[in-house]
Design a protein around this ligand. Structure first.
Ligand code: AMP
Ligand code: MG
Length: 411
């Protein structure tokens, strides 16, 4: 289905292209202690200055031998020991073996380590019971893991708990990383109350900020919470002006549709150059993106599911680009068989909330129930989005749909 079948609605791919084509990565870098660098994006390639391991070492607790010695006898008297951090020193007489521990340096001339379980202690020495021993048996050679000069991680990688210990094994105490983008966010709406306050008639609790903040942080950015702003032109204008000075991106929820209290549009037209889009996506149709003088702007719809969904689908890739996270990957689509029907009208790409399971190697998915954009329980229950194509109608039980498992930001 082309755009002409859904007049005025912008396909989500076009919206993403428009956003990403304008964003360029932050240039500010900082040097951080390795232990504090988790979640930051590398500002440069990490090259290994050393071999890891830096010396040949034993993979087992056992005995270091010279294979040629076994031609005369399989019982070898003990000539010394090599422990982790305390290598064997001195002469190693022919026809003897050396007690060795895991991680200990392999003595000069040794060409195999026999694990303890394949030996026996006798009056004459250590009996080697293993047959057909291959050269280099149980020896971890120098550089087995990482060679000197290897690029172990590329610029643009976001550091995970799997990367940090590897970098530690190379001896780096500090790393050059890209500064995290700062994202200021606030909720708009006269009906919104903070937690701890009592709800009056017609009021609801502001829940969006509680989803937006962990997402901003999960995307590797610094979150600045500016609270709830009422639907009042002057307060909104002042808040936008403050926010854009503090942050690289300003994210708001609410006030971007066409209601009478939706002032955001007027103010933003004064303060910057903002596009208000009607996206061919459900939920999440009203969305705004553009530039203020000192920051980018993303205006999320107020409905809680729409706010989180547009954060995930549109703002996440944009912040990844801004953060210099060039290795960021969009969630992949996986085919799944439906266990429940999914109601769907053609014209927009639906991101329904689903629960998938794998049965006999096959992905199956059921709906979380109520799919209203105001019903946030559907997000809480879900473990995936069920992405139903723009031109598709109702989906029956047993049909194949594409699902996207939540990534680590929504998990
Ligand atoms: P709006 O986009 O401002 O027209 O709001 C759309 C719907 O989302 C309305 O029902 C609002 O009450 C609701 N809403 C707006 N902001 C929030 C928020 N921060 N938390 C929970 N619901 C909200
Ligand atoms: Mg509102």
């Amino acid at each position: 289905m082309g755009c002409c079948d859904a007049p005025g609605l912008m396909p989500i791919e076009d919206a993403l292209d428009k956003m990403l084509s304008r964003i360029s990565p932050i240039q500010t870098t900082l040097q951080l202690p390795l232990a504090d660098a988790l979640g930051y994006v590398l500002a440069e390639d990490v090259l290994s200055p050393i071999f890891v391991p830096p010396f040949d070492n034993s993979a087992m607790d056992g005995y270091a031998i010279k294979l040629a010695d076994l031609e005369r006898s399989n019982i070898l008297p003990l000539a010394g020991k090599s422990f982790a951090g305390l290598p064997f020193e001195g002469e190693w007489p022919a026809g003897t073996c050396i007690r060795i521990m895991t991680g200990a340096k392999i003595p000069e001339g040794c060409d195999a380590v026999i694990m303890q379980e394949n030996t026996a202690v006798t009056d004459l020495g250590i009996e080697i019971k293993q047959e057909n021993i291959k050269p280099q048996n149980n020896i971890r050679p120098t550089g087995d893991d990482i060679k000197q000069g290897d690029i172990v991680l590329e610029k643009g990688v976001k550091l995970t708990p799997r990367d940090i210990p590897m970098i530690a094994s190379l001896g780096f105490s500090h790393l050059n990383v890209i500064a995290k983008p700062k994202v200021a966010f606030f909720s708009t709406g006269d009906e919104l109350k903070s937690l701890g306050e009592t709800l009056e008639d017609g009021q609801i609790y502001d829940s969006n900020r509680y989803g937006i903040k962990p997402l901003i942080e999960g995307f590797g950015c610094e979150a600045i919470d500016l609270g709830i702003i009422p639907d009042c032109q002057d307060t909104l204008r002042a808040t936008f002006e403050k926010a854009q000075k503090m942050a690289d991106v300003v994210v708001t929820s609410g006030g971007v549709s066409v209601g009478e209290a939706d002032y955001t549009k007027d103010i933003l037209e004064e303060l910057g150059e903002i596009g208000f889009w009607k996206l061919a996506i459900k939920p999440g149709k009203p969305f705004a993106f553009g530039a203020l003088d000192d920051a980018w702007f993303c205006g999320l719809p107020g409905n809680p599911v729409s706010a989180i969904l547009t954060m995930y689908v549109l703002v996440q890739p944009m912040l990844a680009k801004l953060a210099g996270h060039t290795h960021w990957q969009a969630p992949e689509s996986i085919p799944a068989i439906t266990k429940t029907a999914f109601k769907k009208g053609p014209g927009r790409t639906d991101y329904q909330r689903g629960i998938y399971a794998i049965k006999d190697g096959q992905f199956e998915v059921e709906s979380t129930g109520n799919q209203s954009s105001g019903a946030f329980r559907s997000m809480s229950l879900a473990n995936c989005f069920v992405v139903i194509e723009r031109d598709r109608g109702n989906v029956q039980v047993g049909e194949t749909v594409q699902i996207q498992q939540f990534n680590s930001t929504l998990y």
